[in-house]
Ligand binder design. Structure first.
Ligand code: ATR
Length: 264
């Protein structure tokens, strides 16, 4: 019988993870079966235990359960500890990892071919998504990280946890210059954008929205100002590949899968 994995979240119906992992399995010859589990908001732990009890080998965890997942592990990776969130559970040793940050770094540096060394980076948002990638950004060799958020004390609290990060409100960004602007807010899901000074985009090399599959107002504004733009689909594929590696010890090629998802 195939080894069983799944993505667990709420909602999870539109997750692309099952098809991504099916492609990885086919390409690497790994015999796995990857499904999806919608856990009731108040029964995440019970849903995980049911899957584990029925022979499941591991789970990808998505919103809103990543923090809860980190509390279920006997051991977590240092990157999951930094993120205070787990997106990958491996049952055989009750291990939790977080592959979101490395997924973003690989998408930027490999798929988008953007060297990160010395870059000035603006990270928008101070919720779970921003927290999940701040540590990986700082470890990637960038020159400067500024975290900006609508609720400034949240940005300050996040920046305090990461040596080398600074915090700002959006209005205080006027006159600043960043090479890469990463939108880790959920504003795009409501068809809104953080209120950034438009001048920022004109100076940026790349505007990146971690949301995927929609042209967010953030991306549209960046494009109007002449910046190169990208959504988070590549990050999704890269974090999946790293999870696949954590479970199977095999690193799948990501470019063909990303190209297929983009329909090119
Ligand atoms: P997630 O886990 O997706 O990061 P979250 O923890 O609820 O979700 O955080 C959402 C983030 O998006 C926060 O940084 C939030 O800003 P506040 O902390 O000020 O609430 C940001 N956000 C959501 N809607 C936004 C909007 N319309 N404009 C600007 N920022 C927004």
């Amino acid at each position: 019988m195939s080894d069983r994995y799944a993505v667990i979240g709420n909602p999870v119906a539109h997750s692309k993870s099952p098809s991504i992992h099916a492609e990885f399995a086919r390409a690497t010859g790994q015999d796995i079966d990857y499904g999806r589990i919608e856990a009731p908001l108040d029964a995440f732990a019970a849903s995980v235990e049911r899957f584990r009890g029925s022979g499941g080998k591991g789970l990808n965890v998505t919103l809103p359960f990543k923090q809860e997942a980190s509390r279920m592990c006997v051991r977590v990776s240092s990157r999951a500890r930094l993120a205070q969130a787990v997106n990958t559970l491996r049952f055989e040793d009750s291990y939790g990892d977080n592959t979101d940050g490395i997924g973003l770094i690989r998408d930027l540096s490999q798929n988008l071919n953007l060297p990160l060394n010395g870059r000035s980076v603006l990270l928008l948002g101070a919720g779970g998504a921003a927290q999940g990638v701040a540590g990986a950004l700082l470890e990637s060799g960038i020159g400067r990280l500024v975290i900006a958020n609508r609720t400034v004390p949240r940005a300050q609290a996040l920046a305090r946890r990461f040596a080398g990060a600074a915090a700002r409100g959006y209005r205080a960004l006027e006159g600043e210059r960043f090479d890469i602007i990463i939108n880790a807010t959920s504003a795009g899901l409501a068809d809104e954008a953080p209120p950034l000074p438009e001048s920022l985009f004109g100076k940026a090399v790349l505007a990146y929205d971690m949301v995927y599959g929609r042209d967010t107002p953030f991306l549209a504004a960046a494009r109007r100002a002449g910046a190169r733009t990208c959504d988070g689909l590549g990050m999704l594929v890269e974090q999946a590949a790293e999870s696949f590696f954590v479970w199977r010890g095999v690193r799948p090629a990501t470019r063909p899968v990303l190209a297929k998802l983009r329909g090119s």
